[in-house]
Design a protein around this ligand. Structure first.
Ligand SMILES: [Ca+2]
Ligand SMILES: [Ca+2]
Length: 163
């Protein structure tokens, strides 16, 4: 009897954990209806334009934050989904000029700054402390450019999946 009871308790425990996981997944699915997903992350692309700070606020209200881009694969993904439009990304040097940080507080190691001919971004000094990801052909300019944080652009929120 004791063995059977223990087995039942274990089964019940497993079932409870599975239900918790299922509920968590259901919550993520509900919260990210209409979002894009890639590599267990979810992305919301705004259709309206706002300042960097207001855009970030919209993301945090959604339980997300502005997108961070730490590798080439992700930059390529973003270039593809933004399709020649400009979108705020979660990077700023507002705290210390020239020291670009992600919204999660980590420093940028290299970044995907745009450069073409005589243009090398970032080039805005203290006037431009936020960045948009950018794609222009003729002349080709692909990557990030720093712009005035008060400018109005679309934005990308990112919600990371925590298993
Ligand atoms: Ca700056
Ligand atoms: Ca610039």
């Amino acid at each position: 009897m004791t063995n059977e009871r223990n087995e039942l308790l274990i089964k019940n425990d497993i079932l409870t954990k599975q239900t918790d996981q299922f509920n968590q997944l259901q919550k993520i699915i509900n919260e990210t209806d209409g979002w894009l997903h890639s590599n267990f992350n979810f992305y919301f692309m705004s259709s309206t334009k706002k300042s960097w700070t207001e855009s970030r606020r919209d993301c945090t209200e959604k339980g997300a934050d502005l997108i961070t881009i730490n590798n080439r694969e992700k930059q390529d993904f973003v270039t593809k989904i933004t399709d020649k439009r400009e979108f705020w990304i979660g990077v700023t040097d507002v705290e210390e000029e020239g020291r670009w940080k992600w919204v999660d507080g980590t420093n940028i190691t290299s970044g995907f700054w745009a450069s073409s001919g005589h243009i090398t971004e970032p080039n805005g000094g203290r006037q431009e402390n936020c960045a948009v990801t950018y794609l222009k052909k003729n002349p080709e300019l692909i990557g990030w450019i720093d712009v005035d944080c008060n400018g109005a652009y679309q934005w990308i929120c990112e919600k990371r999946f925590q298993p």
